[in-house]
Ligand binder design. Sequence first.
Ligand code: PHE
Length: 469
Amino acid sequence: MENKTKKNTFSSQFGFVMAAAGSAVGVGNLWRFPYLAAKDGGGLFLVVYLALVVTFGFTLLVSDIAIGRKTKKSAIYAYAEMNRKWRFLGVATFFVPVIIMTYYAVIGGWITKYFTVYLTGEANAAAEDGYFTSFISSPVSPVVFAMFFMGLTALIVYNGVEKGIEKVSKFIMPVLLIMVVGIAVFSLTLTHTDDSGITRNGLQGLQFYLTPNLEKMTVRRFLQILLDAMSQLFFSLSVSMGIMITYGTYVKPQVNLSKSVNQIEFFDTGVALLSGMMIIPAVYVFSGTEGMSAGPSLMFVSLPKIFHAMGKVGILVGVLFFLTAAFATLTSCISVLESIVANCMELFHASRRKVTLVLTVIYMAASAVITLGYSVFYLEVKLPNGTVGQLLDIMDYISNSVMMPFISLFSCILIGWIVGPKWISDEMESSGHTFKRKKLYNVMIKYIAPVLMLILALQSIGILDALLG
Ligand code: PHE
């Protein structure tokens, strides 16, 4: 066992930070963050989000990474080692990526499809009404793309921590950052005059994004913004799903964890803010404040129309945008699979290669089923949060809305009250570096985070709304 874990390490702090940032930066940054910012009062959402990043996000990220490095085990055995009676929490945590993996490659496949569409000059077609729906509801093409994406992910994980994950992340993440900055700057230079003669420009869009909108502010609305920011935050940081625990196991003892956590948060938040700068001004210029749509339709329906309205240069922007999105999704998808692989290697005492191969077969099948949830297996299920979903939405709802808040809540209780925050802070300081926000961490993990998580958990299963009437 010892030997096995020794071989699996990130070669450097930089490699670890790029891999962890690769997991954190995903579709959540690119489509969910800008949408929430536009919906939740622009600058106000940004302020709330930033305040949460350095307190709440920091606490959860520190916990996960320190648990991983200290126990040198993935979620199931890590929780068991913290306290034998709490193994169930490790098992629950393990099931989050198990569920997410069924649909993440599906989304990766959609993005890859759009990338190829822009690359092969079919951009006009993608801007037409109904293009996205007809693509995802066809029975073959989206399955092929999902398989491709799953295969690519598996290949990287198969090559191991340093030669696969770290190597790919060290290349992809800096390139991704450059592309996001480039598109964001371009977005600010746009101007457009619509049919009614109104001209809007990118800087006005930026103003709309950054200015806090306090209109019609009520306590209830503020609570909603807070909850939106909080759920976005821990989805975005990939915490409470065992992924950062697994990545933590690969970090060498001499690495400064405090600094790494800061860098990961900085990278993730930076890309989220830049995504807002890239998308909100562009949407604003071409469709005004009403143009921001939610979820996948922002990326696959609204943006192609906007790229189309940009004329020829829109094709290039489309290529770069979907390449960025594909990169972001790939490194996240890798982390999901890696965390399942790592747990299974410990569970079954099997080699990385064998486990990866078996899981690839299973998840190719699962991805196909989820993809076909828009055609052959189409169904409409009313979810407790009021939306109607297909298979993919159901999986997403179970993992992100139901399981993650509860896992976070119980983890805070376990660390804050049973094993004690010192167990974590000792690990943070074990490399000889100081743990700068130790006091903040202690207060957060014991008191504030559990209360916030409880509220979020109640809201996500629809109980909070019922209580508030
Ligand atoms: N953190 C990713 C994002 O912001 C989402 C993600 C969730 C990645 C689960 C991996 C696992 O999009």
